[in-house]
Design a protein around this ligand. Structure first.
Ligand SMILES: [Fe+2]
Length: 297
């Protein structure tokens, strides 16, 4: 199964080679009532775990749509270990809805029992590789499936890093069998903020490990560290930037077609706006039809 796009179920990978949208609570009842033509949905388990009614609706929708679970709370990068209580809750939800993918970030968000409500960066070193590999082994054993790990949006780097981010992600995938989620907007944003070449980054990602793409909106905000400078901030509160769309097309050329998610978490617009963004991604994806591209290796 390793190497296929659908990493966890018998779902036909090719049926998922379309754009999905993030299903957020403001749209849940509308989606349940109208059943819009969406190829698949991604949900954040954190929106559902303390909301039994929303979970009931989700279970119903999961029988009609492929659903991907994207957790923001497991914290595979925490030096003190993953949040096991949260992992157990995610595991139970995964068992309930049998999603097509389960993903999360290369980041840390807990420390010594404190939840920090942020996705914080890691130094890319051999030591971090050991720590995160151990945590991924634990997460994947609990979930009984590969975890799909997303590249972060970056604003600062560590002088002590000894590996490039894509090399670090490839190494994690090789060691643990995890898959990679390439957030193209994050690559674009991080390249601008950190001053690296986004295309070189994509060329360094091993396509065999990539199971999914993300595209989300970001905003330019004043950079307090550089007078007059701007920082791109991963707000997920607007349409996808033209530069990120162009990079997405180059990512498809470089990596191949993969299920692609439109992320929108803040200032959530009318559902039609998300459908329009998904249609835009589909129009680009169509040019990379699976009959002409390598989906599984
Ligand atoms: Fe993302």
């Amino acid at each position: 199964m390793r190497g296929d796009v659908a990493v966890a179920t018998g779902t036909d990978a090719r049926a998922l080679l379309r754009a999905g949208v993030g299903l957020r609570l403001p749209h849940l009842l509308e989606v349940a009532a109208t059943r819009p033509p969406v190829a698949w949905f991604e949900i954040h388990p954190e929106n559902f775990l303390a909301n039994p009614h929303a979970t009931e609706v989700l279970v119903m929708l999961a029988s009609d749509y492929p659903v991907s679970v994207h957790t923001v709370g497991v914290s595979v990068g925490s030096a003190h270990g993953v949040d096991r209580a949260h992992l157990a809750r995610v595991r139970d939800l995964v068992a309930l809805i049998n999603p097509v993918l389960v993903s999360g970030h290369l980041a840390w968000s807990t420390h010594a029992g404190e939840y920090l409500n942020d996705l914080l960066p890691l130094p890319y070193t051999a030591e971090t590789l050991d720590v995160v590999s151990r945590h991924l082994d634990e997460v994947q054993a609990a979930l009984k499936r590969p975890f799909v790990l997303e590249n972060p949006s970056s604003y600062v780097g560590f002088a002590g890093s000894t590996m490039r981010e894509p090399d670090f992600l490839n190494a994690l995938a090789e060691r643990t069998g995890c898959r990679l989620l390439c957030d193209v907007s994050n690559v674009y944003l991080s390249a601008r903020n950190m001053g690296f070449d986004a295309d070189e980054y994509l060329a360094a990602v091993d396509p065999r490990h990539v199971a999914e793409f993300h595209l989300g909106g970001f905003s330019a905000e004043p950079d307090e560290a550089t007078p007059g400078g701007t920082l791109l901030v991963d707000t997920h509160g607007t349409v996808v930037d033209d530069g990120a769309w162009a990079l997405y097309e180059r990512a498809l050329r470089c990596i191949g077609p993969r299920p692609t998610l439109i992320e929108w978490d803040n200032d959530v617009p009318a559902f039609d706006v998300l459908l329009a963004e998904a249609a835009k991604a589909d129009a680009i994806l169509e040019a990379f039809h699976p009959t002409t591209a390598h989906v599984a290796r």
